[in-house]
Design a binder for this molecule. Structure first.
Ligand code: PLP
Length: 470
């Protein structure tokens, strides 16, 4: 415990130093923008104590030591003394410096200019789990880069599902590999609907639900989330009723856990969904990509494990849990009543996933649980840190921390920044968050922030958001 404290402190000091004064991002010593936070949340990582409002004395803040050196030391100590469920692995969110991250060439790091701090698209600022690196390295050394075959990925998921979620009925024979979750969603929807048919979604929801469904010539029908950002069964029933009123086919694209709110649907809610779907003849396709990213205190319930969900279809993947979006592979799963649908999946769909991707995802599920637990513990810390920072510096922002995903859905309507606060945070604060607008009804005035980063980057992001309002 002590050893890991020392180790992670050293690493994180590196993150912060490189982060705030690195080659591309302007350092807090030299940049024209506002200086670092000095408030309680930034100091302790847990808030409390005296607070400073965003508008407090510029002179006071400028007199303080610069952001990187101080926060690196001060944020970490409380984080290394969590008494319970301390994972055996060091926190992967502490491992990489901002300089290292800025060398990445993926979407998160190359969409915006180098002076922008990116906390938008769902990529994590972590090194890969060692079992994943080993699996991919072994494949490279062996030249094992051919086509995928077999059920190893599904078998690894079945074992993971049994241990993690107590779901022992994952039927490997009712699975198929697909290139990724969204292309899997498209294929599942093609199996159970036709052109022009309605697909019901629960906004605010992951924007590609609109894009992909639209591109495949289906109609998106909204059944917005209700109180406390949970499924509104009444709104869903009304949407189902209207969707099948003309006697046609309809599907419900369920996001479980829900992106962007982090809502973990309960067994009761899912059973209610299944019952409604059966009553109205609506087919359920569930995107469960975030299922591994659920906090220890919550319980993820696989849709296909719920009574009445036999005709359901699901998409699962190690992609979000282990940061493998670039190593394309996912699994489609069918309940017993959907087996004949999945059997109609064209063979060529299975040629889309990368064999190396399948190897990586399989290794993650089979041997990457300790690493995942370390990430989840780090995300819990970040969720608390974000709440504290917002309470202290941006009290007008409403944040209801979710129990899953590494995304925070922030209601910024009270800030008076219009429909698209992300635009203001980007242009004035040089921090990239996801705009809430493309998430559908209920998205305007909101932003989505990616928490899967170091406490220092998170603190700097809130500092920049605060600066954007000054
Ligand atoms: C809910 C949800 N589904 C699907 C995806 C994309 O998954 P894939 O890259 O496997 O298509 C994401 C990515 O963030 C997501 O949040």
């Amino acid at each position: 415990m002590r050893a890991s404290c020392v180790r992670s402190r050293t690493r994180t000091c590196g993150v912060a130093t490189a982060g705030a004064s690195g080659r591309r991002a302007p350092s807090s010593r030299t940049q024209a923008g506002p200086p670092p936070f000095t408030g309680a949340a930034a100091r302790s990582g847990h808030g409390g104590g005296a607070s400073r409002t965003p508008g407090s004395s510029e002179a006071t803040r400028r007199a303080d030591a610069p952001f990187p050196d101080r926060t690196a030391a001060l944020i970490l100590c409380p984080m290394t003394s969590i008494p319970q469920d301390q994972p055996r692995e060091p926190n992967p969110l502490h491992a990489l410096t901002l300089d290292q991250l800025r060398r990445r060439t993926s979407m998160k790091w190359r969409t915006y200019p180098a002076d922008v701090l990116p906390l938008w698209v769902a990529e994590m600022d972590v090194p890969l789990a060692e079992p994943v690196v080993r699996a991919v390295t072994d494949a490279m050394e062996l030249g094992d880069t051919g086509y995928p075959v077999g059920t190893a990925y599904a078998e690894a998921l079945a074992v993971f599902a049994g241990k993690r979620w107590g779901w022992d009925d994952l039927a490997v024979e009712r699975t198929a590999i697909v290139p990724d979750v969204m292309l899997g969603v498209v294929e599942m929807l093609k199996l159970v609907t036709g052109p022009g048919d309605p697909v019901i979604v629960n906004p605010p929801v992951y924007p590609p639900f609109y894009q992909f469904v639209g591109h495949m010539d289906r109609r998106v029908v909204e059944a917005p989330l209700g109180a406390e950002l949970r499924i509104d069964v009444g709104a869903l029933e009304e949407a189902f009723r209207r969707a099948v009123a003309d006697g046609g086919r309809a599907a419900y694209l369920l996001c479980s856990p829900h992106n962007p709110t982090g809502t973990v649907h309960t067994a009761e809610e899912l059973a209610a969904v299944a019952a409604l779907a059966e009553r109205y003849g609506v087919r359920v396709v569930t995107d469960e990509i975030h299922a591994p990213v659920v906090t220890a205190g919550a319980r993820f319930v696989p849709y296909l494990s719920v009574p009445g969900a036999e005709r359901g279809l699901s998409l699962m993947s190690a992609s979000k849990g282990w940061n493998l979006a670039g190593l394309k592979a996912a699994l489609a799963l069918a309940g017993p009543g959907a087996a004949t649908d999945l059997a109609r999946l064209p063979e060529e769909v299975g040629h889309g996933p990368s064999h190396v991707g399948v190897l990586a995802h399989t290794a993650a599920l089979r041997d990457g649980t300790a690493w995942l637990d370390a990430v989840l513990a780090g995300l819990d810390e970040n969720r608390r840190l974000l709440s504290d920072l917002l309470a202290e510096h941006l009290p007008g922002v409403v944040h209801r921390p979710g129990e899953a995903t590494y995304l925070a859905w922030l209601d910024c309507r009270a800030l008076g920044l219009g429909d698209d606060p992300a635009e203001v945070f980007l242009s004035r604060g040089r921090v990239a968050l996801s705009s809430g607008v493309p998430f559908g009804s209920g998205g305007a005035g909101h932003v989505r922030l990616n928490l899967a980063t170091s406490p220092e980057v998170l603190t700097e992001a809130v500092r920049r958001m605060t600066a954007a309002l000054e």
